[in-house]
Design a protein. Structure first.
Length: 378
């Protein structure tokens, strides 16, 4: 039977994940792991979407990477290559099915617009919210940068957020999640190896926005609304836990400074800026646990993060802010991903570390029946 009934991707019809925007009869989906999920009683369904721009998710180098799951099984793994795409899942029999679309590449390289959902059922309904909610704030590690290959440069074709440690942590706790992450971004400096601070790639100034797309800045003549101009309503997602994984790119800046005195001054500036960011987050989410993690790719600023959290707790009596140092990824054991990033197997290791920390700090219980391990590739 053909999918003849049409629905819009609104909250009445689908469960929406991530920082999204419903505008002009379409749902804008950009962040790693963002998407929709719905139930229907039938056999076939089609999701119709469009990439945002030839400069963004329709570009050859940075297409959006999209997964579509049916009843927990990956049915579609595709890149955005056309101005309109119809993604169809057909099951073996008519019954209640759950369909989930995830964008597994990052926001900075473009959004997609989900315009319509078709099914052979006369209704679709959102799946229920999970008990736990986690927000992950970070950089390329949260984005799953380079997880699908070992050599090459930056392209969304090799990004897969489901290989990132954040996704696996959420899986083990059956948690709904939002991500706010951009490759190369930092707290005080974006990635740079020259010793000159990179102020173009800073995450804290964007935290109250829907997101950020590089092509908006490179092509101001484009008429598409810049997502960095859209205010995000934080009440749309009130996390129980916020995991901040920032500092790796700041560390690249610190390492490039040749003068000892300047390097120590900039370490202090990093700590002060990070502390201010924690205060901003706390003002928005007064009840959330905040866990500051670092160390998976580089440990240059791990001690600084630990010390600033300790000082913040002492100054504010806010005991719901903690630090946790991740182990440096084991290249000999797991191999390497693109541009010296952790391999997908190292993300599994990091996930188990973080799961253990969350259980110890907050008394959460992970599901032993959820398998987050990845098979070794040959």
């Amino acid at each position: 039977m053909a999918a003849t009934h049409s629905f819009k991707p609104t909250k009445d019809n689908v469960k929406i994940s991530g920082r999204t925007l419903y505008k002009d009869d379409a749902l804008w989906v950009g962040h790693t792991g963002s998407g929709i999920e719905y139930k229907f009683n039938g056999k076939t369904t089609t999701i119709i979407l469009s990439p945002d721009s030839i400069y963004g998710a329709l570009s050859e180098e940075f297409p959006a990477h999209i997964f579509v799951y049916g009843d927990g099984k990956l049915y579609i793994d595709t890149l955005t290559t056309k101005s309109t795409m119809e993604l169809t899942v057909t099951f073996d029999e008519v019954k209640e099915h759950i369909v989930r679309l995830l964008k597994v590449s990052e926001c900075e390289k473009g959004f997609v617009y989900i315009k319509e959902i078709k099914t052979d059922s006369d209704k679709i309904t959102p799946t229920p919210a999970n008990e736990k909610k986690i927000e992950f704030i970070g950089d390329s590690l949260v984005c799953g940068f380079g997880a699908l290959d070992t050599e090459g440069g930056f392209t969304t074709k090799t990004e897969d957020g489901t290989k990132s440690f954040f996704y696996k942590v959420a899986q083990k706790f059956h948690a709904d999640f939002n991500t706010f992450a951009f490759s190369g971004y930092g707290v005080y400096s974006g990635v740079t190896f020259t010793g000159i601070r990179n102020v173009a790639l800073l995450l804290p100034p964007l935290y109250n926005k829907l997101g950020n797309c590089a092509w908006n800045h490179l092509h101001p003549e484009a008429t598409t609304l810049a997502v960095s101009d859209v205010e995000w309503d934080h009440h749309e997602f009130e996390p129980d836990l916020i995991v901040i994984n920032l500092g790796t790119n700041d560390g690249s800046f610190i390492q490039g400074i040749k003068d000892d005195k300047t390097r120590e001054e900039e370490r202090l500036n990093f700590m002060n800026t990070y502390t201010d960011f924690i205060k901003t987050i706390r003002s928005i989410h007064p009840n959330a646990e905040i866990l500051c993690t670092l160390g998976m790719m580089d440990q240059e600023l791990c001690t600084e993060v630990e010390n600033l959290v300790k000082q913040y707790r002492s100054d504010t009596n806010d005991t719901k802010v903690n630090a946790f140092r991740l182990k440096l990824h084991d290249v000999k054991k797991n191999g390497i991903a693109i541009l010296n990033h952790p391999n997908y197997l190292s993300h599994v290791d990091a996930a188990y570390e973080l799961i253990g920390a969350i259980e110890k700090l907050y008394g959460w219980t992970s599901d032993p029946n959820v398998d987050i391990n990845e098979p070794l590739r040959h």
